[in-house]
Design a protein around this ligand. Sequence first.
Ligand code: ZN
Length: 204
Amino acid sequence: MPRNLLEGLTRFRSEYFPKHAEEYRRLVSEGQHPRTLFIGCADSRVVPDVLTGAAPGDLFVVRNVGNLVPPFELESERHHGVTAAIEYAVEILEVEEIIICGHSHCGAIRSVYEPPPESLAHLSRWLELAAPARVEHEGPLSEEVLRKTERRSIVIQLDRLMEFPAVRRRVEAGTLKLQGWHYLIETGEVQILDVERGEFVPHA
Ligand SMILES: [Zn+2]
């Protein structure tokens, strides 16, 4: 991978693009019709397209600190970036699935126990969305507790998604599926939420 991003641009233009030019032209003439809304963490180690092998046109991606979903709020006086993206994906693009992808060693989730400085007011406020995932534990914060908190947060964000009227309507109509993924950076494994069993199981 090029460390120099401008070199990367040159290589994209000279190597990748010519091989896929026809596909790009088709995506322009037909527009995008992604099947999946992927909500992932802004963490630089979590790269949705690398992880899934997705090609241009496959994923509509929202990445934010902690792969968090804000509560659905009717008032639209403020600027709701994540909510706007969900609204667009679900109601205009009509994606067929939404994946919330959390990951191991997530700084946002760690902040549930070790909050950022209060001077970072926007970050502190945003991270409140992960607070309900907190796991009661004794002794020092362990990696096990952190993994458990990351997984709990994914479930909480999925629950919050269901509070979006359009999401609920389409899930109940059977035209939209929700998935929870937990990506382990250190092993490359993805564990997938089995809703019926209420636990994350390794993806074969
Ligand atoms: Zn993260």
